[in-house]
Structure formats: structure tokens, C-alpha cells
Design a protein around this ligand. Structure first.
Ligand SMILES: C[S@@+](CC[C@H](N)C(=O)[O-])C[C@H]1O[C@@H](n2cnc3c(N)ncnc32)[C@H](O)[C@@H]1O
Length: 283
């Protein structure tokens, strides 16, 4: 891995307005969450991650949340290992769980994340890994430094997806692979309180509602002490950006929960598309 020093990006922290946050649903991001919109009065640079880091670390634990443990990890880990990577970069690595899983399989891992507390946690839990405070839009690495770049549920959090995708492509070596797990655009277009679930008279989930699918927008999500910004974008936005980098799609999936996933939660993931997974090849 060639690295030319970390770019330090700090976010301005101004307590966000809570005026649109009347409803609090607390069963997790993959089941139900409170949702606000871009009109909530928050400052431009605050994406909530600095204030949410401690709650995020507690929520992930070592096994991850439901979506990671039962839906994403079972497909993401084998896909990452499939090309026998030597040097992996995890963009938006959070507290480093995915890096640790790959490191345990012998992969040399580097994680970047702009949230200082998450990078510190990742480094503390995995002293043998390389964790750098940096922003996806300006990766502190030479071109072609990695044979595997991973973005696991981070593109949806990144304000400038075009710049981030260009950077991911740049730091990939020719023949390298970009592995992406992202929130499905149908999911992030969920309309109404509690993500997109419309409820019947008994409070049961009647159906999943989406609206304004083609309108890109920033929205605040909150669950279990975490309150952060997501960016809804239709699938076509990501596909065009990835194609514009000359990358070639080699794998696409909308993974479903594994067979032993607790049924009560797993049902939601079959009723509404939650995640998508893609592998793109360079050259
Ligand atoms: C939903 S978490 C995912 C963390 C980890 N990849 C995982 O799957 O557990 C999104 C992460 O994206 C990071 N993030 C937000 N904006 C970013 C940016 N501009 N560049 C890189 N990472 C960013 C956040 O700090 C957070 O750690």
C-alpha cells in the first residue's frame, strides 16, 4: 500500500434542531426509525456521526446489527475474499468490524473514516490494521494502491457520491475490484414515519410505502441514540457514476436474510428491498 499521509477532515458540530423529531422508534435502522428531512434546520456540515459515534460502537458490538449479521456479512465476506485480495481499503470503515473480519482471513486492511472516534476505536481494537481519519472525497493514497476497495453501507452516508466513487476507482489497481453494499434506493425512498412502513389499525406493518423515488435528498435518521444523515439517491445515480469511471459490473444482488435469521425481523427484508450488493472491476 502506498500512502501519502492522512487528510484530516473535521466536521463542525452545532447541536441540530430537534423540531421535526416528534416520533421516536427504537427497533434499529433495519426495522424502524424516525425520519426527518432536509428542512430540519441542521447545519450543512453536521452529518451527526461525531455525536453518534459512541452509540454506534455500542450498537454494532462485534457481531454487527441484524442487517449486517444476517444479510450482508454472509455475502460480503465471501465476495471480498473471492479475488484473494492482498491489500483492502475500506472506505467509511466505521469502528472497523468489516476490516477485522477480513484481517482474520489474512488480508492486509486499511480503513478510512472521517469520524475520529470511530477511527480511534477501530485502531484500538485492531492494532495490526491501518486506520486513518480521512474523507472519501480525498483519499490519502496513490492511484492503484489497493486491489480491493470496499464501501459497506457508506455511500448512502457520503454527501458527494460522485467524488467518492471517482476516488474509489482511482485508488484501485488495474484488475482490482470495488465491492459495494449500499442501502437500496427503494428503501431510502421510504415515505412516512418509521421509514416507509404504513401500519394497519392494529399497528401491524401493512405495506412499505415509497415516494419521490427520483428526487435525491438528504434526510436525518434516528435510532437507539444514533442520529445521522443519509442521502437518498435512485439506483440510476450510482450506476451512472460507476459507469462513468469505466468500471465493469461483475456482480449484482439484493441479498435476503440467511435461513437461520430470526423470522420476525427477516420478513421485513423480504417484503421491502433493504440492501444491494455490487462488484465492479477496473479494466
Ligand atoms: C453506516 S456507517 C458504516 C460503517 C461500516 N462500513 C459498517 O458497515 O459498519 C457509515 C460510515 O460512513 C462514514 N462517513 C460519513 N461520511 C463519510 C465520508 N465523507 N467519507 C467517508 N466516510 C464517511 C461515517 O463516519 C460512518 O462510519
Amino acid at each position: 500500500m502506498r500512502c501519502h499521509g492522512a487528510t484530516v477532515t473535521r466536521l463542525t458540530l452545532i447541536p441540530p434542531s430537534l423540531k421535526l423529531w416528534g416520533t421516536k422508534l427504537t427497533n434499529g435502522p433495519d426495522e424502524a426509525l424516525a425520519k426527518g428531512n432536509e428542512g430540519s434546520g441542521d447545519t450543512m456540515n453536521d452529518n451527526g456521526w461525531d455525536d453518534s459515534a459512541a452509540a454506534w460502537i455500542a450498537d454494532m458490538g462485534e457481531l454487527g446489527d441484524f442487517g449486517r449479521r444476517y444479510v450482508l456479512d454472509p455475502v460480503m465476506v465471501p465476495l471480498a475474499l473471492a479475488g484473494r485480495p492482498k491489500a483492502m481499503l475500506d472506505v467509511g470503515c466505521g469502528e472497523g468490524r468489516f476490516c477485522r473480519m477480513l484481517a482474520s482471513q489474512g488480508v492486509a486492511v486499511t480503513g478510512i473514516d472521517p469520524t475520529r472516534a470511530l477511527i480511534d476505536e477501530a485502531q484500538a481494537r485492531h492494532p495490526g490494521g491501518t486506520y486513518i481519519e480521512a474523507d472519501a472525497v480525498k483519499l490519502p493514497f496513490d492511484g492503484g494502491a489497493f486491489d480491493l476497495v470496499v464501501s459497506c453501507l457508506s455511500l448512502v452516508d457520503i454527501a458527494d457520491a460522485a467524488a467518492a466513487i471517482a476516488e474509489m476507482a482511482r485508488v484501485l489497481e488495474p484488475g482490482g475490484r470495488l465491492l459495494i453494499a449500499n442501502s437500496n434506493g427503494f428503501n431510502t425512498a421510504g415515505d412516512g414515519e418509521g421509514l416507509g412502513w404504513a401500519r394497519d389499525a392494529n399497528g401491524a406493518k401493512a405495506h412499505f410505502r415509497i415516494d419521490h423515488y427520483l428526487r435525491e435528498r438528504k434526510q436525518w435518521l434516528a435510532w437507539r441514540g444514533i442520529r445521522i444523515v443519509n442521502h437518498h439517491r435512485p439506483l440510476s445515480t450510482y450506476m451512472k457514476l460507476l459507469l462513468a469511471q469505466g468500471l465493469r459490473l461483475t456482480h449484482f444482488d439484493e441479498p435476503r436474510p440467511v435461513a437461520d435469521a430470526p423470522a420476525a425481523r427477516a420478513t421485513d427484508y423480504v417484503r421491502a428491498p433493504w440492501f444491494l450488493v455490487m462488484v465492479w472491476a477496473k479494466g
